[in-house]
Design a protein around this ligand. Sequence first.
Ligand code: ADE
Ligand code: ZN
Length: 360
Amino acid sequence: MANPERFLRPIPAVGGISSAGMSDMRRFIEGLPKAELHLHIEGTLEPELKFSLAERNGVALPAATIEEMRAAYDFDDLPSFLAVYYEGMSVLLTEEDFYDLTYAYLEKAHSQNVLYAEIFFDPQAHTTRGVRFQTVISGIRRAQEEARSALGIDTQLIMCFLRDLSADSAAHTLEAAADFQDWIVGVGLDSDEHGNPPVKFREVFAAAREMGYRLTMHCDVDQENSVGNIRQCLDEIGVDRIDHGVNAGEDDELVAELVRRDMALTVCPISNRYVTDGTKAAQIKDLLDRGVRVTVNSDDPAYFPGYIFENLVVLQEEAGLSRKDLVRLSRNAFGAAWLDDDRKAGFLESLDAFVAAGQD
Ligand code: ADE
Ligand code: ZN
């Protein structure tokens, strides 16, 4: 169970700004106990680690320097991001690589007061390169366990299928995961949505549900038929959560249905800025005000610069969020976590203690 006092530890400096130089609102956001529900572990591969793994594994990279690499992170839509994202994975080969990747993220998340994270991984992006499923998941798992005991951060894993591969490939991946089911809480769906609607994976998601996995799917922002795809997730797949889903705000009946089902949306403002025409801060705030269980997350923070703290800061500043709104976002996230009621209650106690300490 989470320790309610954890938020009382000193606030570390972020992004080169000492905590003394931060605005009150930023300090509040930093201290807020957080849950991260939409984070691709492969999307946390920072250029510095990419270079060191490339050297360790003798892999050639297209960029000669970190600056050159960052300059190439110049996306204007989902496919242009995904091309760079998959290419970057070429340096991830051994269990140690997946351990290093995951531990680095967990240290960063801990420094931002993330108490709990549900982490996506993309096994097919590795097995299709000849890296074994077991290699991937064993490295991630070891980092989860060590971070739990060294840092006190709790995590669970969500296995994502790549929607631009076939439903058969997803079904094989579900089979390959069977030996590790105790390490995986749910399944998701990511990659390029164009021409790959939720119903393409109806059977494999039904099988996953039957096996006891929780279900989520990406409904990326401003895609072809975004609203229809969100509807499919609800009516044809029976998801437990939706990743992104911001376009739901365009349809009043759909918003009412999300509220009725208490369906969480895991939105990612900085990611939106890179793959659409802006952060969608106004639309996110509107969904929150209409009673949708909105949560804020970081998606692929090495590529869309900003972890959960920076995402909350951007949203707060652009949408004028109050402290109450920010607490609601954290409460929404702990409430939507795939945890039993006792563990949720432990985290919510940490949040209540933060609020009661007078910082609300
Ligand atoms: N894979 C990693 N990040 C993704 C995103 N934001 N959308 C779809 N697929 C992804
Ligand atoms: Zn995502």
